[in-house]
Design a protein around this ligand. Sequence first.
Ligand code: ZN
Length: 312
Amino acid sequence: MNDQELHELAEKQAALGEVRGTPARDPVNAPMIRHWLDAMGDENPAYLEKGVAPPAMAQVWTMPGVRRSAKDRSPVDDMIAALDASGYTGVVATNCEQTYHRYARIGERLTPATRFTDLAGPKRTALGVGFFATWTVTWYGEDEEPVAEMLFRVLKFRPRTRESSSSTTGQAAAGEGQAAAYPLQPAINQDTAFFWEGVKQGELRIQTCADCGELRHPPGPLCPRCRSVNRGHMVASGQGTLYSYVVHHHPPVPGRETPFVVGVVELPEGVRIVGNVVDCPIEEVAVGMPLRVTYRRMDDQLVLPMWTPGEA
Ligand SMILES: [Zn+2]
């Protein structure tokens, strides 16, 4: 489809209004709530005592499962399929806003209803040219009252090919005007700016509580031990050991060549940090291996800390 046809399909899908999906396979139930609370580390007993589900579980109850049937299709699926077929195969979620109207009660079966609301684009983004697709899902209880709703927006983009990305990474091609930015930029905010400034200077900075001295990583606004908002940082030695890792083969990641290793590195200072393990054949990567930090320039602005085999 061309851009015009994609917009026509979007209008058609939006005109369908709210389309009811298949009711949840299981009613809201205590075992799933217990799994969720465990996974989230939420020890609040109120949910199970009152027989209600945590509101953030809304999506859980009507997950379609791995093998979806044709009757589970929503107005969004046709839109996404058309974008895929038109070459916009990349996807990244950009917005998720949830509104909770009331608690879902144990024993009730929720039904989702999906409304496709908007297609915007094509737009140029750091990931490539793409469309922003927006929809809402409302979950209804058996009494037909809305329990929760969610606005969801994704960017469906045309991934850069390897040739076109290698020609635009690093130094700006002559006449291109600006250097291509590494497509996966970290979210830098007032809690994390010190970390990224440290990286640029070759320092691995770990946040500290200015009151009790507790180290914490990733950085955050509040000390989990004493709840103080006063913070500072220390500079880690740059040594570590590999605590755990995965080898990423698929899906393709913009700006990266697969496979690559994502590790959880335990620092002798007492916190763990996530980063790529580099300069090491994948077969030789092993839990417990000594590592040291190294700094890699990704573009004009961004330096990423990565991990390379170190001395035991
Ligand atoms: Zn503290």
